[in-house]
Ligand binder design. Sequence first.
Ligand SMILES: O=P(O)(O)OC[C@H]1O[C@H](O)[C@H](O)[C@@H](O)[C@@H]1O
Length: 369
Amino acid sequence: MSSSPLLSSSSLSSSLLSSSSSFLSPSTRTTSPAHRVLAQRGRADQSWIRRRKATGIVASFVPDKEFLKKQESAQADAMILRDPVKLTNTITKEEVSIYKNGACVTSYKTPDYDVFFVRPDAVLDGSKPISGGVPICFPQFGPGEIQQHGFARNMKWVCVDVREENAAGSRSLSWLREGSRAIYELVPNNETRKMWPNSFNCRYQIDLNSGNLNLELRVQNKGKKAFSFTGALHTYFAVDDIDKIAIQGGFKGKKYLDKTLSPPAEKTETEDELRISSFTERIYSDCTDDIRLKDGDKEVVIRSSQGWKDIAIWNPYGEEKMGYKNFVCIEHGVICEPVVLNPGDVWVSSVDILPYFNGLPAWMQSMDS
Ligand SMILES: O=P(O)(O)OC[C@H]1O[C@H](O)[C@H](O)[C@@H](O)[C@@H]1O
């Protein structure tokens, strides 16, 4: 993948083709239209899931009995997707949950604790964006011409591929690279066109590897005219006590917009380590260093490798109904300068989330128990 976050459409198509053929056995590929239709329905079949677990393959697919009965070719593994899709790593016991509403990753269990937080006032029934986990802000960050934070977090994305993790068993070093992957897509529909008349394709790839959750968001301009957008991964990190955390990450000397002031005012950060003791809403521009969220024995390293340029820090300090004491939003975004995409071009962003406990990958903590 080129270092620049913008890929030309030709190199994109080859990388898409190569990557999409590299996982999923044919029976569980959901690229065919029939499977895409199936992907909208979900029905857990416990016996099938038990059987699959017995083989060490823990999938996010369950068979659709009606579909199987109607099928001419008895595709034994005609699959449908649960919602939320769950990715698991049978070695590290980590688990990720992803809702098709907003392609929102609501949970990353390490497994002893959840790295992400879902607000107590969040709604998970699809009637509004999920206020927790990793809401995707696109094509607009914050308030503006269209709804707050754009429509992406408020749309039903389609899960177009899920790679089951490899069978458990191999204890060779290769299992450190074992993982699971889900890919969601969002394309224009009548609602998006009313708000934002551009032709686009959003592809969101969630990779759970050992001790590392990678979130890659690609935006391609599928139209005939250039368009610009802002956006972010509005990530809610769980903390034991907001008063006791520290956020490190090359902030000293960086300009930031303090949105708690009216009107918002630009300031220069004097500290390298941020602490939260009041309502906080800041947007740091040109902030691409690793971020370390330190919370007692726990630490999360958030590493942005391409695409994202700015960092938003938000905590509604004092808002009990939002559960302010137990989360901080550290949001990787393109906020201060919109991204301009010419026809066919692709913008790629990638962030790694690595949880640690007492200096070791957090999943190792549960190996003692
Ligand atoms: O998920 P919501 O209910 O939109 O809440 C999240 C939003 O709350 C307020 O509007 C803050 O100003 C935003 O910075 C924050 O992103």
